[in-house]
Design a protein around this ligand. Structure first.
Ligand SMILES: NC(=O)c1ccc[n+]([C@@H]2O[C@H](COP(=O)([O-])OP(=O)(O)OC[C@H]3O[C@@H](n4cnc5c(N)ncnc54)[C@H](OP(=O)(O)O)[C@@H]3O)[C@@H](O)[C@H]2O)c1
Length: 509
């Protein structure tokens, strides 16, 4: 029997999570309003939240529960995936929303929070189960974790009793040292299996589909290797600039913001070996092996493999765009990179000498995340020695217009044998009749279920930083800055040259 709504069926779990108290630290912030509460509301409207699921916001403003509910309703009216918001669903959902006002650094607030949670256990059947979502500025991760531990609000999973889990937002450190420090603090309060490090890319349907595509179909694995693959490209392009996040971005740059986490996650999923089971540690073991196999950047010659850029004034999608250095809270002499392109090798049996080209940038011509596998040319030009054959390209579109396409040569109609590339396409929206759910919906549900397959493990994060650190340090100590590129273009010329030197060019997704 076919399902009326395959997307909903895809989200449905064999296990239903037990009702818990989800505490959002930073409940008056941008992430809570744009992503978390709308995602939780969507789960409620799909019938995927357990009865009694409770959400408690914690931040500084003085809200009553009612005022918090009203603010969250506005957030859903503006940002929920399915709008307009359904009043009946909302009423039921809002009964489980509560608020506690407090500072992150002051223990009184946590005492009030603990009392509120105990009350919810009595009235809503949450049984002492806790999920703490740290939607807080990163400098507060250690403080909040430590006070939660000190106030006895974390249950050790080694002893029987209700679960405690913690969700940590990115950025997870800004280099290996800070990531290790953060991990040390986190494991001082929580066990590794209680920690859910969010990389929202892993919650995207198309990212999860990478595993299904590779490992649920018999045919692809046979040519997913150095024998058939010429090279792989990964692009994460944003048309927007830094908007209001100039202060944060100045200290990060695109490599820390996008490549260290999202792009290395994508790379691991594309390149990993089949895991022995679809289970958290089995999957993450294989991803870590890919990260461990990344070839180090050659000291002193990083420029052969890495290009950085910074946008200057230009035009994006028809609108004028200011230069990065003119953005709010950005240094007028800034050397922060808003674009990076890397040529990466994975030194293992499957991928030896196959280049993976990664690029990420802001103020590029469009917003798109795309992975393309470029296959080797046919070995011999059978049809015409003068006519160019095209490589087969398998393109996986992560966002927007989620889908997969395969490009291959076909005969042009007519009496002579002339060929042209054509494309075979699968599109989520067409095949399943709906847009895929938001990444945060999936990730929140997985945390409630206690499944950390779609979250980054400690060694993944640290291995990724260990590989990138030398490049970042060499950029920081270099006498030169990023190459300029006009907003609305695909980055600096040097990024084109990175591929042109190898006789290749970037795909225009
Ligand atoms: N926004 C996004 O799209 C996004 C995406 C990926 C990751 N993240 C990460 O998610 C986290 C939150 O981001 P955000 O954009 O929501 O930040 P934000 O808008 O600045 O919100 C921060 C929240 O923390 C609260 N807060 C700050 N200092 C506090 C203190 N001393 N005591 C109590 N509450 C305090 C703020 O409350 P007040 O209202 O009192 O200031 C606010 O609720 C950050 O780590 C960020 O890197 C965000």
């Amino acid at each position: 029997m076919t399902s009326a709504n395959p997307l909903r069926e895809g989200l449905e779990q064999e296990r239903v999570p037990d009702a818990s108290c989800l505490v959002i630290f930073g409940a008056s912030g941008d992430l809570t309003q744009r992503k978390l509460i709308p995602a939780l509301y969507s789960l409620a409207s799909e019938g995927l939240l357990p009865a009694g699921q409770t959400i408690v916001g914690y931040a500084r403003p003085e809200f009553t529960d009612e005022a918090f509910r009203a603010a969250m309703r506005e957030a859903c009216d503006a940002h929920a995936r399915t709008r307009p918001v359904d009043d009946a669903v909302w009423e039921n959902f809002a009964r489980g929303l509560f608020y506690v006002s407090g500072e992150f650094t002051e223990r009184d607030g946590y005492v009030r929070l603990r009392e509120k949670l105990a009350e919810c256990d009595r009235t809503r059947g949450t049984g002492g189960r806790r999920i703490y979502y740290l939607a807080v500025p990163p400098q507060f991760f250690p403080t909040v974790s430590t006070i939660l531990g000190a106030e006895g609000m974390v249950h050790d999973p080694e002893t029987p009793g209700p679960f405690t889990r913690v969700i940590i937002e990115k950025p997870f450190g800004r280099d290996l040292q800070t990531a290790e420090d953060l991990n040390r603090v986190a494991v001082g309060t929580f066990r590794e299996r209680q920690i859910f490090r969010i990389d929202h890319y892993l919650g995207k349907e198309t990212v999860q589909n990478l595993l299904v595509f590779r490992f649920s179909n018999g045919i692809f694995e046979s040519f997913w290797n150095r024998q058939y693959v010429d090279h792989v490209q990964l692009t994460v392009a944003e048309s927007i600039g830094v908007e209001k996040r100039g202060g944060y971005f100045e200290t990060a740059g695109i490599t820390r913001d996008i490549i260290q986490n999202h792009m290395l996650q994508l790379l691991s999923l594309v390149a990993m070996e089949p895991p022995v089971a679809f289970e958290a540690n089995a999957v993450r073991d294989e991803k870590v092996k890919v990260l461990r196999a990344l070839r180090e950047f050659p000291g002193g010659h990083e420029g052969d493999l890495a290009v950085r850029g910074q946008y200057t004034e230009g035009s994006v999608l028809g609108d004028h765009a200011a230069a990065y250095r003119s953005e709010e809270r950005v240094d007028s002499q800034s050397r922060t990179e808003t674009f990076a392109a890397l040529k990466v090798f994975i030194d293992n049996w499957r991928w030896a000498d196959v280049p993976f080209y990664l690029r990420a940038g802001k103020r590029l011509p469009k917003r798109v995340t795309d992975i393309s596998i470029h296959f080797r040319q046919a070995p011999f030009p059978l049809f015409s020695r003068t006519m160019r054959t095209h490589s087969n390209v398998l393109a996986i579109r992560i966002q927007p217009d989620e889908g997969i396409s395969l490009k291959f040569d076909s005969k042009l109609p007519g009496p002579t044998v002339r060929t042209a590339p054509v494309t075979m396409e699968f599109r989520y929206a067409t095949s399943f009749g709906a847009e895929p759910p938001e990444a945060y919906e999936r990730l929140l549900l997985e945390t409630m279920l206690g499944d950390s397959t779609l979250f980054a493990r400690r060694d993944e994060v640290e291995t990724a930083w260990a590989w990138l650190d030398p490049l970042l340090k060499s950029w920081e100590s270099s006498g030169t800055g990023p190459h300029p590129y006009a907003a609305g273009t695909w980055g600096p010329d040097a990024a084109e040259e990175l591929l042109a030197r190898d006789g290749r060019h970037w795909r225009r997704p």
